[in-house]
Ligand binder design. Structure first.
Ligand code: SDX
Length: 428
């Protein structure tokens, strides 16, 4: 394999180095392209552009492969916990029992919000969107932890990561309680990560919610599957903000905002709304699919398609099996699951979707599981953010630990007005 790429421009040849990844992915390093040739590249949606090298997550979109630090997602889903996976994603290896126990107790020590932070919730209207609250409260949190703004050593890094991962859970549950007019539940120091979240979501005064093992397992699985996903929109946002040397909290708050969009993390809400629309409209699945194909409706099959996976998203396969198992165990019959299965069956046979390599992605079945857990629809994307927090922190850390790291500052091709003079207002 030649390790240079030659580009002919205006009769001149220019050689650029080729970079090869661990899994033989290839890239042309064009870092000096503009200095050498005066040209830049243009890549709508960055579909062909690598923004960085990273050692955290590997995806093969054609083979449907997803690995965190080299470990296949299927093995982590089967054997790991969210807290262990978070440690793996952030620090690059599986923790020893001692490291895991220490990290787990650090999460416990950091599970409560500062009491005056709780009063911030009074400033939000009851119908405030939990993603708006989450992004605001992550920055508000950092005001109470000024030492977290400048992370100069590993112990501060561990504490900052633990604070963020633990408190995001408490803030998420508190925003739900506020939205339904119930008192916020304090975290229970004896509970582990997932049980504690469910306790804070569903316990009410004098009647504690005791999560079943099935629901706790399903939540662990959901969070593991969402922990990281290479340079997706929200993670790229976190890296963009981190590249200016902004602190971890500000970078992750920006990630929450990017994740909110219905084309990204907001899709798990849009999938349920789509399934609900099909059910309530009396339309059958085939009719809905033809409307999507008609293109005049601007309708999309939410939960389908992916920029990288041009085959099955391995996470959706795992979530589909978990949804089946969970609904059976809980004896829940969710008509939306039946519609989802039918939609998948119809779409996978339809050339419109097959030609465009549109398969179910992580969001297609995740909503079914969240519904079965009793998580309200407007909290679905917050759950995604809770899961993705370790991935955002890991990417922030990669930037932070790179002494040569440059600020992200893409170029552009200008298409606006040519040079013109200022026109005084009386002459306009
Ligand atoms: C996530 O990047 C990540 O890793 C994200 C994520 C993560 O873990 O961080 O995996 C999480 O965000 C998953 C994706 C969730 N979003 C959705 O389910 C929303 C529905 N999906 C799409 O909007 C779309 O597929 C995207 C946004 C996911 C990908 O968009 P692309 O790569 O920009 O693809 P595109 O819009 O250029 O579409 C290519 C073609 C178009 O048709 P043509 O113009 O070529 O005829 O496919 C069509 C699109 O119209 N198309 C769809 C479709 N998705 C793409 N048609 C119908 N339904 C869809 N869902």
């Amino acid at each position: 394999m030649s390790h240079t790429c030659r580009i002919e421009l205006d009769g001149k040849s220019h050689d650029f180095p080729v970079v090869e990844g661990v899994e033989n992915e290839l890239a042309i390093d064009i870092s000096v392209l503009r200095d050498r040739t005066g040209y830049i590249t243009l890549d709508d949606g960055y579909g062909n552009t690598g923004s960085c090298t990273s050692a955290i997550t590997y995806i093969d979109g054609d083979k449907g492969i997803l690995r965190y630090r080299g470990i296949p997602i299927e093995q982590l889903a089967a054997h790991s916990s969210f807290v262990e996976t978070a440690w793996l994603v952030i620090w690059g290896r599986l923790p020893t029992q001692d490291e895991l126990s220490q990290f787990s107790s650090m999460l416990t020590r950091n599970e409560m919000m500062h009491e005056s932070l709780r009063s911030h919730f009074q400033g939000f209207p009851p119908n405030a969107h939990p993603m708006a609250i989450l992004s605001a409260m992550i920055n508000a949190m950092s005001c109470y932890e000024p030492e977290m703004m400048e992370i100069e050593d590993e112990s501060t890094m561990v504490r900052a990561a633990a604070r963020l991962i633990s408190k995001v859970r408490t803030v998420a549950a508190a925003s739900y309680k506020m939205s339904i007019g119930q008192p916020m539940a304090y975290p229970h120091p004896e509970y582990h990560y997932c049980e504690n979240f469910l306790h804070m979501m569903f316990s009410i005064p004098y009647r504690e919610y005791i999560p079943t093992p099935e629901v706790t397992r399903a939540l662990n699985l959901f969070l593991i599957l969402h922990a990281d996903h290479e340079q997706n929109c929200s993670t790229s946002t976190v890296r963009m903000v981190a590249s200016s040397r902004a602190n971890m909290f500000a970078s992750c708050a920006a990630g929450v905002c990017a994740l909110w969009g219905p084309l990204h993390g907001g899709a798990n809400v849009a999938v349920i709304e789509m399934l609900d629309f099909i059910r309530n409209s009396g339309m059958n699945v085939a009719e809905y699919v033809s409307r999507v194909k008609a293109r005049d409706s601007r309708l999309r099959l939410m939960g389908f398609g992916h920029r990288v996976y041009k085959n099955f998203d391995p996470r959706s396969k795992i979530l589909k099996a978990a949804a089946d198992e969970m609904l059976e165990t809980l004896h829940v019959n969710d008509p939306l699951l039946d519609i989802a299965r039918e939609l998948e069956e119809v779409a996978l046979k339809d050339s419109y979707f097959v030609e465009r390599k549109l398969y179910p992605n992580v969001d297609f079945y995740s909503g079914i599981i969240l519904r079965a857990m009793g998580i309200p629809l407007n909290m679905f994307t917050v759950m995604f953010a809770m899961g993705r927090m370790p991935g955002w922190i890991a990417n922030w850390k990669e930037i932070h630990d790179d002494p040569k790291g440059r600020i992200y500052r893409p170029r552009q091709i200008y298409t606006g007005s040519p040079l013109q003079d200022y026109t005084p207002i009386e002459k306009r």
